[in-house]
Design a protein around this ligand. Structure first.
Ligand code: SF4
Length: 340
């Protein structure tokens, strides 16, 4: 079911753009949505008596704004630049990096001036000629749940379809991709789905699409000729994990593997957490059952002084062996980008 927020804030200038106007008309027609004109460009009034309330109400709020940056943020190592179409997400995954890194702004932002964003992308592509320039549309968001009313991804995919030297990629836990199926994308956009075992999705990935729905959506975009991939993660090594993850892989194979003639890319990432993330998760999900017992993990120092708790070496080795063996067997022409 399409995500509809409780309240939508509009920056006045956003209404000068076709997308801003379209969204204004769309949400104004819905009696259950409160439409608020912003004073300046500040989002105020999201209830925040507790961190949990701020989180939930933030997820119920959209701000439609004008992208004013002159530069895109970098996005190494996966792409050259972040693509600012949307930031934030309507999902409520307990381990989400948006909560742990951008918890002070839990609402969703949609940029109305997509024309300016694409023009900036065009300049970057020109600057890097003759090299190919990669853009990531999901660095600080999952842009898919909003696609039925924004159409931003479809516009961007079409734009990149016409660019010999520009590539777009994004990853999602949602399935609203129908607007992308009939576009001349020329294979310039890679669509990845983030997946996990049924058990992990049901327990921790609230308000997202179910595993089967994600796999069905991947089949649709695969059949529409898009390069596709799966990010499997965060892999949680609970009792019986091998059975569940194997079922998940066989399910993908059943739904698209037998007809898969183009390679599918896989990335596998084990569960990890930092102390900051743990306290932010506990503030919003005090009852969480996420495995975050430091004593059961290995502390790994990070690049910028903070460290993270990862699974122990032996466990990671078993996980890697399991995924490499099964992915190679089930998807012989797949490419495994990494298992970490
Ligand atoms: Fe975060 Fe992705 Fe879940 Fe959205 S779907 S809450 S971006 S982990």
């Amino acid at each position: 079911m399409t995500y509809i927020p409780k309240r939508v804030y509009f920056e006045k200038r956003a209404l000068n753009y076709p997308l801003g106007e379209k969204l204004y008309n769309f949400f104004n027609k819905n009696e259950d949505v409160e439409v608020i004109m912003m004073k300046g460009n500040r989002v105020t009034g999201i209830p925040k008596e507790t961190p949990r309330q701020f989180y939930v109400e933030g997820k119920n709020s959209i701000a439609v704004r004008v992208w004013k940056g002159s530069k895109f943020q970098g996005c190494k190592p996966s792409a050259h630049y972040q693509m600012p179409l949307v930031s934030g997400c309507s999902g409520k995954c307990e381990y989400c990096y948006l909560n742990t890194r951008f918890g002070d702004k839990p609402y969703i932002t949609i940029y109305a001036n997509i024309e300016d964003v694409l023009n900036r992308a065009k300049e970057y592509i020109e600057e890097r000629k003759p090299d190919v320039t990669y853009f990531e549309a999901s660095a600080t968001s999952d842009p898919v749940p909003f696609e039925p009313y924004t159409g931003s991804l479809a516009t961007a995919v079409e734009f990149f379809g016409k660019k010999e030297l520009g590539r777009l990629r994004f990853v999602s836990k949602f399935t609203e991709i129908d607007s992308l199926l009939d576009i001349e994308h020329k294979g310039h956009t890679t669509i990845r789905f983030s997946i996990n075992s049924h058990k992990v999705i049901n327990k921790y990935e609230h308000a997202t699409a179910k595993l089967d729905e994600r796999i069905d959506a991947s089949k649709k975009v695969y059949d529409a000729g898009y390069p596709i991939g799966f990010i499997i993660g965060p892999v949680i090594l609970y009792e019986g994990w091998k059975d569940d993850y194997l079922k998940m892989l066989k399910n993908i194979k059943k739904k698209l593997g037998s007809t898969a003639d183009r390679p599918i890319r896989f990335e596998v990432i084990s569960h990890r957490f930092t102390s900051t993330a743990k306290s932010k998760i506990l503030a919003v999900f005090p009852e969480t059952t996420l495995p975050m017992n430091e004593e059961e993990r290995k502390f790994k120092y990070g690049q910028f002084g903070y460290g993270k708790y990862v699974y122990k070496k032996e466990q990671l080795k078993k996980m890697e062996e399991f995924f490499v063996e099964n992915l190679n067997e089930l998807f012989p022409n797949s490419e495994i980008d990494y298992v970490i």
